[in-house]
Design a protein around this ligand. Structure first.
Ligand SMILES: Nc1nc2c(ncn2[C@@H]2O[C@H](COP(=O)(O)OP(=O)(O)O)[C@@H](O)[C@H]2O)c(=O)[nH]1
Ligand SMILES: [Mg+2]
Ligand SMILES: [Zn+2]
Length: 290
C-alpha cells in the first residue's frame, strides 16, 4: 500500500472511504486522529488505518441551530451554489452561501439550474445581474428536458468543487449529467463503506475525469451561518471594505451609526442596497447565538 497522500471521498463515524490508485478503499479512523472529511488529503498505513490528515487549505461547513460550525468538506477550489426557480430560495439564502464561501476562502460560483423553467421576477433572481457586475461568476444550467451543462463543465474540470444548495434544486441531477459513471462509483462506494447507495445523506466526492473531484452534499432546507463576529461576517461582503475604511467608527456595523461610509455608498448608488440589507439581516441573525 501507499504512504503517499490519498483523497478522502466519504466519512462516517469511525470509518470512511479514500481513493487509492483509482480504487476505493475502506479507511478506519483511530480516535486519536481528528476525523477527516471528504476532500481531505490523508495518509494511511498498510492496514488501511488513517495515520495523518494533511493540513487543509480551507474547510466548508454550516452553522447548526445554536450557531456551532459543522464541517462538511475540506480543500475546496470552489463551491457551486445551486439555486433554481423551484424550490424558490428563501430570502438571504444566496447571500448566506456567498458569505460562507468568502469567509472560508472558497471561490463561489453561482449556478442557476432548471433554465427550462421561467425565472421568477423576485430576489435573488433579480439581483443576479448586479452580482455578476460585482465580479461573481453566474451561469445557467439545466438537466431537463436535455442537459445543458457545457459552461459548468469547463469551470469544474480541474480541482475540487463542492455542490451546495437547497434540497431539490438539482445538485445530484447536475452531478449525474456531468459524471458519466456516477452510478458505478456510487455502487462501489456503498460496497466499500457498507452504507446505502443514497449518497446524498452524506457529503461524497466523485471522481470527475483525471484532474477533478465533485462533492455532492446532503439536502438542506435552510442553510445557516455559524456564530462569528462582525469583522468575520464582513469578509462575506468584500465590496464593503473600501468604503468601510472611511466609516467614522472603526467598529462601525454599517447600521445607523453616524458617519457610516457604507450607508453613504448605498445612498449614492455605489453599493447595491440589496447587499446592505442582506448584511443587516445576517448581522441581526447573529444575535440569536449570543
Ligand atoms: N425542470 C427541471 N427539473 C430539474 C432540473 N434538474 C433537476 N430537476 C428535478 O429536480 C428534482 C430534484 O433534483 P435533485 O437532483 O434530486 O436535487 P438535489 O436535492 O439538489 O440533489 C428532481 O425531480 C429532478 O428531476 C432541471 O434542469 N429542470
Ligand atoms: Mg441530492
Ligand atoms: Zn459603516
Amino acid at each position: 500500500m501507499t504512504t503517499a497522500p490519498v483523497r478522502m471521498v466519504q466519512a462516517h463515524g469511525n470509518h470512511g472511504a479514500a481513493a487509492v490508485d483509482g480504487e476505493l478503499l475502506k479507511v478506519h479512523f483511530p480516535r486519536r486522529i481528528e476525523r477527516p472529511l471528504p476532500g481531505d488529503l490523508v495518509r494511511l498505513d498498510s492496514a488501511g488505518t488513517l495515520t495523518e490528515v494533511l493540513e487543509r487549505k480551507n474547510l466548508f461547513g454550516r452553522g447548526d441551530g445554536r450557531g456551532r460550525f459543522r464541517p462538511i468538506a475540506a480543500n475546496l477550489d470552489r463551491a457551486v451554489i445551486v439555486i433554481a426557480p423551484e424550490p424558490a430560495p428563501s430570502r438571504d439564502l444566496l447571500h448566506r452561501y456567498l458569505a460562507a464561501c468568502l469567509i472560508r476562502n472558497i471561490e463561489p460560483l453561482i449556478v442557476v439550474n432548471k433554465s427550462d423553467l421561467p425565472q421568477p421576477s423576485q430576489p435573488p433572481f433579480t439581483e443576479l445581474g448586479e452580482l455578476a457586475g460585482m465580479g461573481f461568476a453566474v451561469i445557467g444550467t439545466r438537466c431537463r428536458p436535455e442537459p445543458d451543462t457545457e459552461e459548468l463543465q469547463g469551470l469544474v474540470a480541474v480541482g475540487v468543487t463542492l455542490f451546495a444548495g437547497q434540497s431539490g434544486v438539482g445538485k445530484s441531477s447536475l452531478l449525474n449529467a456531468l459524471v458519466p459513471d456516477l452510478e458505478a462509483q456510487t455502487g462501489k462506494l456503498s460496497h466499500v463503506t457498507g452504507k446505502g447507495t443514497h449518497t446524498t445523506t452524506t457529503a461524497t466526492a466523485h471522481r470527475y475525469g483525471d484532474e477533478a473531484w465533485l462533492i455532492d452534499t446532503p439536502g438542506v432546507w435552510e442553510y445557516g451561518l455559524w456564530k462569528m463576529d462582525a469583522v468575520s461576517l464582513q469578509r462575506g461582503f468584500p465590496e464593503f471594505s473600501e468604503h468601510a475604511a472611511r466609516c467614522k467608527f472603526r467598529d462601525c456595523r454599517h447600521d445607523s451609526e453616524p458617519g457610516c461610509a457604507v450607508v453613504a455608498a448605498v445612498e449614492a448608488g455605489n453599493l447595491p442596497a440589496f447587499r446592505h440589507q442582506a448584511w443587516l439581516r445576517l448581522l441581526a441573525e447573529q444575535e440569536r447565538f449570543r
